[in-house]
Design a protein around this ligand. Structure first.
Ligand SMILES: [Mn+2]
Length: 289
């Protein structure tokens, strides 16, 4: 796997960059965000990883991202879980690993070998140069796409790990929380929040289940605006897609979308759901193939 991608963009044109992260299989939310960004005349679209799962979206999401010019992005931890679930590399005695493997099994009806390989080969960081500014994109830390180091209440030293002297703006996702702050040397750090998998956040001021993204304006060699946006989308339509497409763990997805309840780390609930829906036997047969 390569670890870096470098993308050069015309320095002289003004840019309005829509930064998207953590779509998590929610095509309906992604479409709402893209429509909002186009209304606001976005010129560039970037993505920060965690593209599929646990929602029903699949090649439709990958095609929409490709239409926006997004073919490379920093690999999210859910890309790793999907790829490893498909490769049958996860320990399915763990209800959480069973959950990812059952979802990979579901995605197998849509994704071909080339697509799995493309996801496996995504770099950990992507660098963009615009107007003399260097932007570095990572899913979480530049060398670690999982973990809790960058939740908004963490210490400054953790955020400085996003930066080097060459970087002007660090963009990361993963926490599903919108954030704008600075590095110790004054560099800008932005997290656009999550497009498709909003959680009920701690604290009443953070409670919001809309689709999130960031719109960053660059004029000349300056960042002139950072707009942390939230967009309403049709949650019932998304759940209807999930129902029609026979999404596994449907009720948990429904709870996620309508109430912001996350089950990814709730092993007792995942185990009970898998047991009640026959997933344990299905995954055992899949892994043996
Ligand atoms: Mn995520």
């Amino acid at each position: 796997m390569s670890s870096k991608a470098d993308i050069e963009t015309d320095s002289f044109a003004p840019h309005k960059i829509a930064v998207l992260a953590d779509v998590h299989g929610n095509y309906t939310a992604l479409r709402a965000v893209v429509a909002d960004a186009k209304r606001h005349k976005a010129t560039d679209f970037w993505f920060l990883g965690d593209v599929l799962l646990p929602g029903p979206g699949s090649t439709d999401i990958l095609a929409l991202l490709a239409d926006l010019g997004i073919t490379t992005w920093p690999r999210g931890n859910w890309e790793d879980l999907l790829v490893n679930g498909h490769a049958k590399n996860l320990d399915v005695t763990d209800p959480q690993r069973l959950y990812f493997t059952r979802h990979a099994m579901y995605q197998d009806q849509f994704l071909d070998a080339t697509t799995y390989q493309r996801l496996a080969d995504m770099p950990l960081t992507v660098t963009h140069h615009i107007g003399g500014l260097t932007f570095r994109l990572s899913h979480n830390l530049p060398d670690k796409n999982y973990g809790q180091e960058l939740i908004p209440t963490e210490q400054q030293a953790n955020f400085d790990r996003l930066l080097t002297s060459e970087i002007d703006v660090a963009l990361y996702g993963h926490t599903h929380r919108q954030l704008m702050r600075y590095g110790s040397d004054g560099q800008l750090i932005v997290n656009p929040g999550t497009v498709g998998m909003a959680f009920t956040n701690p604290g009443k001021v953070q409670h919001d289940l809309r689709a999130m993204y960031a719109l960053i304006t660059v004029a000349g060699s300056r960042v002139t605006n950072v707009d942390l946006r939230k967009v309403e989308y049709d949650k019932d339509a998304e759940l209807e897609r999930a129902r029609v497409r026979k999404l596994p763990y449907f009720d948990l997805y429904s709870d996620q979308i309508l109430a912001g309840v996350g089950y990814t780390h709730n092993r007792p609930v995942l185990a009970a759901y898998a047991g009640a829906h026959g997933y344990v036997a299905e995954v055992a047969r899949y892994v043996e193939q």
